[in-house]
Design a protein around this ligand. Structure first.
Ligand SMILES: [Cu+2]
Length: 287
């Protein structure tokens, strides 16, 4: 389990009898705090709302159960059929929820603004959804690639393949070419689609954005420097027959590793352009 597990998640897991010990999956029931400042804000917001809901539930149910038990007919309670209006009670049950909603709206708005502020980005990647794969284009570098379901998952998913999916590592959650990104860099995503609506969803980034043909949606993230590694996601919009077979893998690398990878990709994808650039660089300056 990557996250230590917050109190409600642990409590819920304990209540339901799920211990986080499954061999196949991380049975954590709560959201992940993620790997960016925004994802942690989203997680914090989620927990704040959760505690507000718990407090309201405890208060309402306690009052309800108390009233049912204490004012029951067998104890001689007589219903008051004359009470139809109580100004004081109505003011209280209007003002209190309004205050709760305002209290919730302030942090929500802050997080929303934080998540939409795609200014000052250092790298832009265009993501295009296809039935059923993703294309990643690193703008102004000439580097691009298609990311499709990995071969092991693809073979195992075929009808009558005879392969036990439980034996396939990261079954249906692995791809041939992950999206490689640098940590500590503000990355802008431009999302669109070629055929139908898809949705690019990576929980660790707290990003779930629709990729719509003819439109460009924007998102951004800045992964914290110490959160290198692989993170997984999926298409979150029912986009056709193989909707379940277009996962997302994010490969977060250090800036130096990313630069080296980018250089290698450039050499691989545009050998002519790279050779030309090398030749130009090798020439002595004219004049
Ligand atoms: Cu899709």
């Amino acid at each position: 389990m990557k996250n230590p597990g917050s109190l409600p998640a642990v409590a819920t897991a304990a209540v339901l009898g799920f211990a986080a010990q499954s061999a196949h999956a991380d049975w954590a029931l709560n959201m992940t705090p993620g790997i960016t400042a925004v994802s942690r804000s989203v997680y914090g917001l989620h927990m704040t709302m959760y505690y507000i809901c718990v407090a309201i539930a405890v208060f309402v149910f306690a009052w309800m159960i108390y009233s049912i038990v204490v004012f029951r007919k067998s104890k001689g309670a007589v219903p008051d059929t004359t009470l139809v209006h109580n100004t004081k009670a109505e003011i209280i049950w209007t003002v209190v929820p309004v205050l709760i909603l305002i209290g919730a709206a302030i942090p929500s708005t802050k997080t929303l603004i934080q998540g939409e502020d795609a200014t000052g980005t250092e790298l832009t990647i265009r993501i295009t959804g296809y039935q059923w794969k993703w294309q990643y284009e690193y703008i102004d570098t000439g580097v691009s690639m298609f990311s499709t379901l990995d071969r092991d998952s693809n073979v195992a998913r075929q009808l009558g393949s005879g392969i036990d999916p439980n034996g396939v590592p990261n079954y249906l959650l692995n791809v041939d070419h992950p999206l490689v990104v640098p940590a500590g860099t503000k990355v802008r995503l431009l999302l669109t689609a070629q055929d139908v609506i898809h949705s690019w969803w990576v929980p660790a980034l707290a990003i779930k954005k629709d990729a719509i043909p003819g439109f460009i949606n924007e998102a951004w993230f800045k992964v914290e420097e110490d959160k290198l590694g692989l993170y997984r996601g999926q298409c979150a919009e029912l986009c056709g027959r193989d909707h379940g077979f277009m996962p997302i893998v994010l490969d977060v690398r250090s800036k130096a590793d990313f630069e080296a990878w980018m250089k290698a990709q450039k050499a691989l994808q545009q050998p002519a352009a790279s050779a030309e650039a090398a030749a130009v660089a090798a020439q002595p300056a004219a004049g």
